[in-house]
Design a protein around this ligand. Structure first.
Ligand SMILES: Nc1ncnc2c1ncn2[C@@H]1O[C@H](COP(=O)(O)OP(=O)(O)OP(=O)(O)O)[C@@H](O)[C@H]1O
Length: 347
């Protein structure tokens, strides 16, 4: 097992840059998500890792081996990477076990060994009882599990996933997330997982590379991205929360309740300002005191286990918090902001 190293990787189509100077070191056995909005370059990065696309500049290495550079390109079939796509890409006329065993047949693996590996792969995705069915006789989630089993049989060091849950409904996605987690634990493979769904990335990955417009915005654990996002764009993209304009403060630091109160008081829409992120759970309803901030309830939305409460501050800015009980629109209350995280402005 070896690390995957991307150094200054660039990709352009017809002179138009879509991946710009990407640097990432993915440790062996790590589960990494590439996360970002549509068109940010995630699939292109995955396709370069897979060897479907050459790099325009920079290098991709697996341990000591250079896979791609402007001068060198190792073919897809020589990388031994597993791949799972959004469209399951199963052969419709082949049974589940023949689909799963297909990569081994191509490699001319003897039938005894082939059957053993097919059986093991089907066990991992819990489809042993479906081995003789055709893809058309399976649900979407089961088809995706066949694709997962097929990516496993060649015992790859690295498995690449391109939005594998995009075609499944919410309930099935949650179940498949469990399957992926178990798959990763059992195989220990390095996983690179492309998604535009932040909750999927947060719940599965050890580390997430967040991309925007072909550039890496932040690279870190889900916890770090949630607690200490770099800039306003990322704060709006990851988790739920409110970005507030306050008077100037240095970026990338926690601000306590007392300081935050002063920063909000001193903010004027005419002067220079900074932005801070306040998470809903850091906003509490309180009785009026020196640190309380008057608000009106703008909206109240039932979410099952709680209500989302949209509040308006006296300068017109809005914040989101939660409540166990419904609140009346336009009613007046006082809140305390327990803490906030100061953000870099977007470049
Ligand atoms: N073969 C190609 N030729 C020209 N432009 C391309 C090609 N492939 C991708 N692009 C462009 O590169 C940019 C990044 O595309 P990419 O598919 O990597 O984005 P993505 O983040 O995976 O988006 P999505 O989530 O919508 O799949 C887009 O602007 C896209 O139009």
């Amino acid at each position: 097992m070896a690390r995957l190293i991307l150094e200054d990787v660039c990709k352009s189509f017809h002179g138009e840059p879509v991946v710009k100077g990407l640097n990432l070191t993915i440790e062996a056995g790590e589960f990494v998500a590439l996360l970002g909005p549509s068109g940010c370059g995630k699939s292109t990065i995955l396709r370069m890792l897979a060897g479907f696309e050459p790099v325009t500049d920079g290098t991709i290495s697996h341990g000591e081996h250079c896979l791609s550079s402007a001068k060198q390109h190792v073919a897809t079939e020589d990388r031994n990477f597993g791949m799972v796509f959004q469209s399951y890409a199963l052969w419709p006329h082949m049974s589940v076990k023949d689909n799963v065993g297909y990569p081994l047949k191509i490699q001319k693996i003897h039938s005894d060994e082939r059957n053993k590996r097919i059986q093991e792969a089907l066990e991992i995705v819990q489809l042993e009882d479906y081995a003789d069915r055709l893809p058309a006789q399976l649900s979407g989630g089961q088809r995706q599990r066949v694709a997962l089993a097929r990516s496993l049989v060649t015992e790859p060091d690295v498995v690449l996933f391109d939005e594998p849950l995009a075609n499944l409904d919410r309930h099935l996605r949650a179940k498949m997330e469990d399957t992926f987690r178990a798959f990763h634990k059992r195989t220990g493979a390095t996983i690179v997982y492309v998604t535009h769904d932040q909750s999927e990335a947060m719940s599965l990955a050890d580390r997430i590379a967040v991309l925007n417009k072909g550039e890496l915005v932040q690279w870190g654990t889900p916890q770090a991205l949630y607690a200490t996002p770099k800039n306003t764009w990322l704060a709006n993209f990851i988790g739920r929360g409110s970005v507030l304009r306050v008077s100037e403060i240095a970026p990338q630091q926690y601000v306590n309740s007392t300081d935050l109160h002063g920063l909000i008081e001193r903010y004027s829409s005419e002067g220079a300002f900074s932005s801070v992120l306040v998470r809903p759970q850091d906003i509490h309803f309180v009785s009026v005191d020196g640190l309380s901030i008057p608000v009106t309830v703008d909206n109240c939305i039932f979410r099952g286990e709680r209500y989302d409460i949209g509040l308006t501050l006296k300068d017109g800015q809005q914040v989101l918090t939660y409540s166990d009980v419904p609140m009346t629109t336009n009613s007046l209350h006082y809140i305390r902001l327990e803490q906030a995280w100061s953000l870099e402005s977007e470049s």
